[in-house]
Design a protein around this ligand. Structure first.
Ligand code: UGA
Length: 432
């Protein structure tokens, strides 16, 4: 099939690359000419495992093309997938301006029978709204399909190729079947719904997962108070199939470009319709609280942090990405510097992005060794594999005090116990 994808962010680029990999002829369109010219050279604008390999392979095979021209990309396409961003507005709602612009940009090139798919995360009612914009502009009936995306950053290619389900929200059966046909090589279960349910599935899924994380974080705080171990508790809970093991990892709160924004957007939608979705407010406030727990633990341990040197390991909101959006490290770095601590941070890939957000109030170094040298304490903020395999005994010798606050419970307790002098403060478990 000939497919056009609008927007080369995480979702658009991963989708475009994967659709070309399963044999479709894909053109990815973006208004950012620098991005497009790098993509044409096989350079990915984002750090995403496996993406660049498929990018180079499929560009080379002529199945994947990048352009800034809507005309070149859209004309002749059987399916146009819109995957532009829907950032958060100051009032918590989703900003649809990129989507509106995309609708206008494609409307001049739509032919009879072209299917327009919205993959961006959009509030309930948006597919109907965008359909109207395109139809008014092009003066034809447009076949819309709502097809939300569930891929995670850091495993975007794997998640796209091995999705749990594909949601197809439709009005027109022919359009729905064509989109199903596009995904057929992936052999993934398809669920057909109306537009509004499809849009809701996306927000409800993200809000549920965010709530699951906030729930286990509250349990973690309670575990610390009562002397239980949150990892054992999560394991015991997760074996119940109705609960499931995934997303029960306690830590320093969820971040990223999706959960924080989508929970707020769903709350905003509920407000607009007069529904008091108070549970979501708690999900958010627990998460805000959780971002501060490492700093609170450090204050409890040291009394005050003024003049203390703190080494931070990990900056992005999760491993395998350099994305700093809503990363707990931002709050942690700010709190520590506000309290007068000196912060030295190391991350394998996220430093450049972190500098843009956290700025020069903290120091950035290029190795774990430099981050721990002379430090009063070490904060583990992102659970990169590199950090789970550290030679703890020799690292601790470089620190002023061998104290670790592990915000992701990513160090093995047996290894900690082998190093006699370490003081170790995990989340939701007793300290060592
Ligand atoms: C999330 C969803 O998982 C995807 O299904 C969805 O498609 C995506 O948002 C989106 O809407 O585009 P993502 O934000 O990439 O994906 O990352 P996740 O792996 O879900 O992690 C989000 C945050 O939750 C991270 O900060 C992570 O550290 C935290 N987390 C996750 C926990 O604290 N505990 C867990 O058990 C799991």
């Amino acid at each position: 099939m000939k497919i056009a994808v609008l927007g080369t962010g995480y979702v658009g680029l991963s989708t475009g690359v994967c659709l070309s990999e399963i044999g479709h002829q894909v053109t990815c369109i973006d208004i950012d000419d620098q991005k497009i010219s790098r993509l044409q050279q096989g350079i990915s604008p984002i750090y995403e495992p496996g993406l660049e390999t498929l990018l180079v392979k499929n560009t080379g095979a002529g199945r994947l093309i990048f352009t800034t021209s809507h005309k070149d990309g859209v004309e002749g396409a059987e399916i146009i997938i819109i995957a532009v961003g829907t950032p958060q507005r100051p009032d918590g709602g989703a900003d649809l301006s990129y989507l509106e612009q995309a609708a206008k940009d494609i409307s001049g090139h739509i032919e009879k029978g072209t299917i327009v798919v919205i993959k961006s995360t959009v509030p309930v009612g948006t597919n109907e709204y965008i359909k109207k914009i395109i139809e008014e502009k092009c003066n034809k009936e447009v076949m819309m399909v709502s097809n939300p995306e569930f891929l995670r950053q850091g495993s975007a290619i794997h998640d796209t190729m091995n999705a749990d389900r594909i949601i197809i929200g439709f009005e027109n059966k022919e359009a729905a079947e064509k989109v199903q046909e596009m995904y057929r090589p992936l052999q993934v279960p398809v669920i057909f719904t109306g537009f509004r349910s499809s849009e809701m599935i996306k927000y409800a899924s993200n809000a549920f997962l965010a709530t699951k994380i906030s729930f286990i974080n509250e349990i973690a705080n309670l575990c610390e108070a009562v002397g239980a171990d949150v990892e054992d508790v999560a394991k015991g809970m997760g074996k119940d199939k109705r609960i499931g093991e995934a997303f029960l990892q306690a830590g320093i709160g969820y971040g990223g470009s999706c959960f924080p924004k989508d929970v707020k957007a769903l709350l905003h939608t509920a407000g607009r319709y007069g529904v008091n979705f108070s549970m979501l407010k708690e999900t958010i406030s627990i998460n805000d609280f959780q971002k501060e727990v490492l700093v609170k633990k450090a204050i409890k341990r040291f009394g005050e942090l003024k003049g203390k040197k703190i080494g931070i390991l990990g900056l992005p909101f999760k491993p395998e990405t350099d994305d700093m959006r809503e990363a707990p490290s931002i709050n942690i770095a700010q709190s520590l510097t506000n309290l007068g601590a000196e912060v030295v941070a190391y991350d394998p890939v996220g430093t450049e992005q972190a500098k843009k957000i956290i700025g020069d109030t903290i120091q950035y170094v290029s190795s774990v060794f430099d981050a721990v040298l002379g430090a009063d304490a070490l904060f583990i903020v992102t659970e990169w594999k590199e950090f789970t395999q550290l030679d703890l005994a020799s690292l601790m010798k470089k620190m002023k005090y061998p104290i670790i606050f592990d915000g992701r419970n990513c160090l093995e307790e047996d290894r900690i116990r082998q190093c006699e002098k370490i003081e170790y403060y995990p989340i939701g478990k007793q300290s060592i």
